[in-house]
Design a protein around this ligand. Structure first.
Ligand code: SF4
Length: 345
């Protein structure tokens, strides 16, 4: 059983989809990354396009069917790259909180993923002109320090085998000490991390859930054990590591499952060396929830009767209190309160 689990996780982490079709904007051919990707996926059918939105934003697409066999779209982004951090996300007390998007969509298939509400397609768009992102950030850094999340609309590390963007971001962070980066992931792609020395202005943030929730709702993602092994390696190599117990999901025996998971987490990694912790409930905008209920009418997560207030839907105040208190109190056994952030509404 153990061997089978290891093989399953290896398969997930060495994931290298044979994207059967690659759509390429004419201008994207001028970039080295496009050439590298084409060398790597020699078997794929290449389709020339004028603009990625012609394919990505088409109407009558099925996000869930495309998810079974996503295609790749290589494009050159022209408009702005930096966005203000949403109030749905924890800012960790940082003032100038931004996020950026060099990749749209993800190889994983979490049932609760908000990207399915943002996009009509689950094909993966890679913007090959990352140097233009760096230019825009450099300009802003001349005015102020920035806290920037670079893995919000994708899982950057999970796709790093294709893009190599992690190393580029780290080189950029190393050259800009007034830039602080958060790289959020569920992957166990430790090989990309091991190629780079730890940086004091970069936080690697792992999302963790009980194994039964991973199996039910975080399809194609590495197991809890595999994520913990990756985290342990990253910490030992000197990286700042953030643990995100977010989104907490209200399931049968949730209290037992979350308690057991937190014990497992801190028996695998040294709590003293964890940079900080984030705790947050499942939450979703009212508009997205309405859309998801139509798209996924058999989803247990979206069928739940959430309380909605000011356009945001989440658990009832009573369940919110119970979930947050249980996880917070369990985390506090291992971590002092200054390092625990609870995202509340
Ligand atoms: S890992 Fe994040 S971005 Fe990827 S499918 Fe899951 S929730 Fe969405």
């Amino acid at each position: 059983m153990k061997g089978r689990l290891i093989l399953r996780n290896l398969k997930i982490d060495l994931w290298s989809s044979k994207f059967s079709h690659i759509y390429i904007e004419e201008e994207a051919y001028n970039y080295d990354l496009t050439k590298d990707i084409l060398k790597r996926f020699r078997e794929s059918d290449v389709i020339n396009i004028k603009h990625y939105k012609d394919v990505f934003n088409r109407s009558h697409q099925s996000y869930s069917i495309q998810k079974k066999s996503p295609k790749l779209i290589l494009a050159v982004k022209k408009d702005k790259f930096l966005y203000n951090g949403s109030n749905m996300c924890e800012s960790f007390g940082r003032k100038n909180f931004y996020y950026t998007s060099t990749i749209m969509n993800c190889i994983y298939d979490c049932e609760y993923c908000y990207l399915q509400g943002m996009y009509t397609s689950s094909n993966i768009v890679i913007f090959v002109n990352i140097e233009d992102v760096f230019k825009e950030i450099t300009q802003l850094l001349q005015e102020k320090s920035i806290y920037l999340c670079i893995s919000y609309e994708t899982d950057l590390l999970a796709l790093d085998g294709i893009t190599g963007y992690f190393k580029k971001w780290m080189e950029f962070a190393k050259a800009n000490s007034n830039l602080e980066l958060e790289v959020r992931t569920k992957s166990a792609n430790i090989s990309s991390i091991q190629k780079v020395d730890a940086l004091s202005n970069v936080i690697l943030a792992w999302t963790l859930s009980p194994q039964s929730i991973i199996e039910s709702y975080e399809l194609r993602t590495p197991s809890l054990k595999t994520r913990l092994k990756a985290i342990d390696t990253a910490i030992k190599r000197g990286w700042k590591v953030r643990l995100c117990f977010d989104p907490l999901i209200y399931v049968k025996n949730w209290d037992m499952k979350y308690t057991k998971m937190i014990d497992e987490v801190f028996s695998s990694i040294n709590s003293e060396l964890v940079y900080d912790i984030e705790i947050g409930l499942f939450r979703i905008s009212k508009e997205f929830l309405k859309r998801f209920r139509k798209l996924k009418d058999n989803s247990e997560i979206f069928s739940y009767p959430y309380d909605c207030s000011k356009g945001i839907c989440t658990y009832s105040p009573e369940h919110t209190k119970k979930l947050l208190e249980l996880v917070y109190n369990n985390v506090r056994i291992y971590i002092d309160e200054n390092r625990v952030y609870v995202k509340e509404w």
